[in-house]
Design a protein around this ligand. Sequence first.
Ligand SMILES: Cc1ncc(COP(=O)(O)O)c(C=O)c1O
Length: 389
Amino acid sequence: MSFDTQIDRRGTHCVKWDSMETLYGVSPDEGIAMWVADMEFQPPQCVKDAIQKMSDHGIYGYFGDDSAYRAAIQWWMKTRHNWALDTDHIFTTHGLVNGTAMCVDAFTAPGDGIVLFTPVYHAFAKVIKAAGREVVECELVNTNGRYEMDFDAYDAKMTGNETMLILCSPHNPGGRVWSKGELQAVAAFAKRHDLILVSDEIHHDLVYSGNTHIPMANLSGIEDRLVMMTATTKTFNIAGSHSGNVIIADPDLRARFAARMAALGLSPNSFGLFMATAAYSPEGAAWVDELVNYLDTNRKIFDAGINAIPGLSSMRMESTYLAWVDFSGTGMSRQEFTDRTQNAAKIAANHGPTFGTGGEDFLRFNIAAPRAVVEDAVARMQAAFSDLQ
Ligand SMILES: Cc1ncc(COP(=O)(O)O)c(C=O)c1O
């Protein structure tokens, strides 16, 4: 299958297409779904084959012996991310929103403050609030279209009630790949304020050339407070399998996490494990390399087309397929630029405020689609804002 192939997902219980009219007022018959972070591509053949094999076997019973799955994760992290992990440190959750919720539950208490660098992936705040904890927003600084951290400001915000920090690395939205210096500063901040550091690295495979993702686990001196979260689901477009990895080196934190998993009776879904094991393979790796090349061209086309519209600015993605577009230069109200995008361009894109403070002037566009769709989206945006040309 080529990444250029357009696959109709309408009417398949696909949230991105089948809920866009209800949520954004954009009809799937004439609009483009560019919100939810999944891709319009099929996964590599090795993943499809694994599912086919399961299906052909015809018995879908309980899963046992996850040693191949654990070994596959270990192999992937070593070969793709230079991270040597111990397979005994891996927990399998029902995805990373579930992994985040489990961390909040296992390591914090009701009323605790949990620090987020905003704008950031919206489900973090959602699970924090739902669990009766407080979101402590530390706003990223937008320096010439690039997010940076301001630890003097963040230090001043801390009250002593905070117990956890959730980092998104690489960052969604905005696409930053944090540098070693930035990660060291995050780790130092976590230590200074005695915070458990949860590093969500779900986007770590989707990094564009010229940038290198550094797993937080490769920094020294942080392992006693670090929880790593990774998954195959963004990389291989298998989010429906709802599986993720929470990887904890510290024995005390690991025991606390294991206790909560046991108390909630959580055990993984066999489909997720079969798919992840097949994905983390040399064939899966070759497919990811092709995918990132394809996305890289999409990114360039999208950014060039959007940045040609006066007043619009797409943050340069160092990673992810989630373009973060700043409309503040148009002088329009949020209502107006959102209406034009939804009603004139007929594009469903995530609303910026969902991601917390700092997202007010933005919309987020998912560019993991066949090139013709991305080109169409750019043309629609240019037409919808043509009076600015
Ligand atoms: C940073 C981040 N974490 C987690 C998720 C979702 O994870 P899951 O589907 O495994 O719950 C997303 C989805 O966009 C994400 O961007």
